[in-house]
Design a protein around this ligand. Structure first.
Ligand code: ADE
Length: 299
């Protein structure tokens, strides 16, 4: 059972949302909270089977007095034609699209030196190009004429993203795309914002990282000012706020939902080494060598 929303029941009655990656992890929590608030939700990802079981699960949480419905449309967001079909199908089914939540994405851990061009391109294609396809199609097919709200889910990539540089680059791209669209589409009454989660534990995220999962998540705890991991429901409440009339004057913003993690330590450790280029000769170099009591050190 999902945590109860802090927002008013019926807040999103009769609205329609597309949530990409809406059947798992953060996306499922967003879908569940939107449904709880009365929003009709279309979840989308590549695999029909997984979507069907997520729809079944989400349906069991909708109370009888709640008019919300949940359906699914399979779509590979890398493919522009499939995104066009997704959007036209939602307009056909519901006659409107009020909200787009770009949450679908994926990555794998690898230092850049071991990353293939194919792996790099796949992550950029899903996270950056896929988000572009969804934003553009929802805008041209519906929001340009009717307004709406778009939320892009990105990541804590503010200090770079060593170990997952492809997703860092893609998410930084989406952060900037968010700002461009907020300006380009303001005259259609479309608000565009991003949410940058810190380290969020979900069963699906844990499975994605396979045997690395448990240690990866545990490793992050000391790096969080909260000294705990976040959970998907802590992201969905921020998304619901940004979609709501409570955020009617917010656009082009990226909300970090990370307990301050991005202001604190990096999880990446740099081994001790002496590979750094030498500092230039001079009185300051002499002084610092003296301070460190290492007259012979190359510093
Ligand atoms: N989630 C992860 N990859 C995806 C893709 N290519 N299309 C839709 N959802 C996804």
């Amino acid at each position: 059972m999902a945590a109860a929303s802090v927002f008013r029941p019926g807040l999103f009655n009769h609205k329609v949302a597309i949530v990409t990656g809406g059947g798992t992890g953060i996306g499922k929590a967003i879908s569940a909270e939107l449904l709880e608030l009365g929003c009709n939700v279309v979840i989308s990802s590549r695999k029909a089977e997984k979507l069907n079981s997520a729809v079944e699960e989400l349906q069991t949480k909708i109370s009888h007095s709640n008019p919300a419905t949940v359906t699914s449309v399979p779509c590979n967001i890398r493919n522009e034609d499939e995104v066009k079909s997704l959007v036209s199908e939602v307009i056909k089914q519901y006659g409107r699209i009020d909200f787009l939540v770009n949450n679908g994405g994926g990555q794998f851990t690898s230092p850049v030196e071991n990353m293939s061009s194919k792996g790099w391109r796949a992550v950029i294609d899903t996270n950056l190009n896929g988000t572009f396809h969804c934003c553009k199609e929802v805008y041209t097919a519906w929001m340009k004429q009717h307004g709406g709200v778009i939320i892009n889910i990105i990541a804590d990539m503010w200090k770079g993203f060593p170990g997952m540089a492809h997703t860092g680059a893609a998410r930084a791209g989406v952060d900037n795309l968010t700002k461009s669209l907020a300006i380009e589409w303001a005259s259609s009454g479309v608000r565009v914002n991003a949410v940058a989660p810190g380290t969020i534990f979900s069963k699906t995220a844990m499975e994605n990282y396979k045997e690395l999962g448990p240690s990866l998540f545990k490793m992050f705890i000391p790096n969080s000012p909260a000294k705990r991991l976040g959970i998907p429901e802590e992201i969905s409440s921020a998304v619901c706020f940004l979609l709501s009339p409570g955020a009617s004057f917010i656009s082009g913003a990226t909300l970090r939902v990370d307990a301050g993690q991005s202001l604190y330590h990096s999880a990446w450790t740099i081994p001790d080494h002496s590979a750094w280029p030498e500092a230039p000769e001079g009185e300051n170099l002499e002084a610092v060598k003296e301070l460190l009591n290492q007259p012979k050190s190359k510093l």
